[in-house]
Design a protein around this ligand. Structure first.
Ligand code: CAA
Length: 408
């Protein structure tokens, strides 16, 4: 099994995505981060390159590429900044792919097509003020009233809350049934009773929009329920199988950026009459970054390889997310150390990488949740059950049936 050999198309995407990260994101992201402002101006450019529907079939407005390409794109974007990769994680991983996996044809035509083209932006509303890791304990409630549902509750820590045109909202339709009583709804910003706001004062990912969504007697047409009543928890968990993969791939981008910038600095800065790279303790930090990069790449590639073949990868994706985000945090910490006092100022990028990397060991399942999950798999306490709607294996002829990919 050679899951590190990339196709011509994937190599082309890597080049385009790194060029975009280098030329479009890096020059402006520090200023956005300082102002804690979302770089809205990047969205049309990302749309034009097909990034906002990278692995969605062309018939649904996407670029028709595979799940490995999704990882390649996320690595390149987060090499520049976590906030841009987060846009792909929620728009594609937590919203586009669940619509593709669980949606009916009408929902795909109405929502998936415009969002994959980048005409609309979408996000994911699962977490609440009182329910993060213990997501089955969420309290947002949906009551059926004829041909609609009435939703009440609040979502918090939602990426793109103040940017997105529509949200995938999880709410209890049968509170007594705990996780089996949760349903998923496509909620448009314009529906009555829906308001959003931005959360300020974050330690990192400051150029990402993070906010809240309030639902006060929000009226949602019954046809906007995604999947069956009670299927919401499985939809959320399967969506997280996609998004955690994007987080893992992005974290490899962070490690690469830390390594490159540390190597460059270590070859310039001199102490005690020699380049600091010649000091063994600095070499050790550099060596560990290189080790984390190689190990992370393999874990991400394995998860992508399984996804392309339609093989359930909840365990492998969780492993990749856990390892890569911790490895990125450790690498960013070392990168700041190597840069010394300069690394502690925003003259260099590494302090931003450190602040950003901390967020990824918290969201999309904390490190502790992934440790529990991996322990349960290893002990044989946890097995994956087949789903009613599995994420389909990648089939190039189906994905690219209509016209050429927009990535050129
Ligand atoms: N795909 C589909 N179904 C799945 C699944 C998956 N990956 N994992 C579990 N399920 C199913 C199970 O088969 C089970 O089905 P049955 O009802 O038929 O038995 C059901 O879901 C319950 O699963 P578990 O028994 O595994 O549930 P649990 O309570 O033991 O554990 C958990 C759940 C792992 C702790 C889970 O709650 C979890 O992952 N928590 C973390 C939540 C999280 O990651 N939040 C991130 C929010 S999004 C975000 O951060 C994005 C952002 O905007 C920044």
């Amino acid at each position: 099994m050679n899951f590190m050999q990339f196709t011509e198309e994937q190599e082309m995407l890597r080049e385009i995505a790194y060029d975009f990260a280098r030329n479009e994101v890096r020059p402006l992201i520090k200023a956005y981060d300082r102002r804690a402002e979302f770089p809205q101006e990047l969205l049309p450019k990302m749309a034009a390159l097909g990034f906002l529907g990278v692995c969605i079939p062309m018939r649904y407005g996407g670029a028709g590429m595979d799940y490995v390409s999704l990882g390649i794109l996320c690595e390149a974007l987060e090499w520049a900044d976590s906030s841009v990769r987060e846009t792909i994680a929620v728009h594609v991983g937590l919203n586009g792919l669940p619509l593709f996996q669980w949606g009916n044809e009408a929902q795909k035509q109405k929502y998936l097509v415009p969002q994959s083209r980048g005409d609309k932006i979408a996000c994911f509303g699962l977490t609440e003020p009182g329910a993060g890791s213990d997501v089955a304990n969420l309290s947002t409630h949906a009551r059926r009233a004829g041909d609609r549902y009435i939703l009440n509750g609040e979502k918090m820590w939602i990426t793109l809350a103040d940017v997105a045109d529509h949200f995938l909202i999880f709410a209890k339709t049968d509170p007594a049934a705990r996780h089996r009583g949760i349903s998923a709804f496509i909620v448009e910003r314009g529906f009555s009773g829906v308001t959003t706001g931005t959360i300020h004062g974050k330690m990192g990912v400051r150029a990402s929009n993070t906010g809240w969504i309030a639902l006060q007697d929000a009226e949602v047409p019954a046809e906007n329920r995604l999947g069956r009543e009670g299927e919401g928890f499985k939809i959320a968990m399967s969506a997280l199988d996609n998004a955690r993969y994007t987080v893992a791939a992005g974290a490899v981008g962070v490690i690469k950026a830390c390594l490159e910038e540390s190597v460059q600095y270590a070859n310039q800065r001199e102490t005690f009459g020699q380049k600091i790279g010649e000091h063994q303790l600095v070499q050790q930090m550099i060596a560990r970054m290189a080790q984390r990069r190689d190990a992370g790449e393999l874990l991400v590639a394995k998860a992508g390889w399984l996804k392309n073949r339609g093989i359930r990868n909840t365990r492998e994706t969780s492993m990749a997310k856990w390892y890569c985000t911790e490895a990125a945090l450790a690498s960013a910490n070392d990168a700041v150390q190597i840069h010394g006092a300069y690394g502690y100022s925003d003259e260099y990028n590494v302090e931003r990488y450190l602040r950003n990397a901390k967020s990824a060991v918290i969201y999309e399942g904390t490190t502790q949740i992934h440790e529990l999950v991996q322990g349960a798999y290893a002990l044989g306490y946890r097995q994956d059950k087949p789903l009613r709607c599995e994420l389909p294996a990648y089939d190039r002829s189906y994905w690219q049936e209509e016209g050429e990919a927009t990535l050129e």
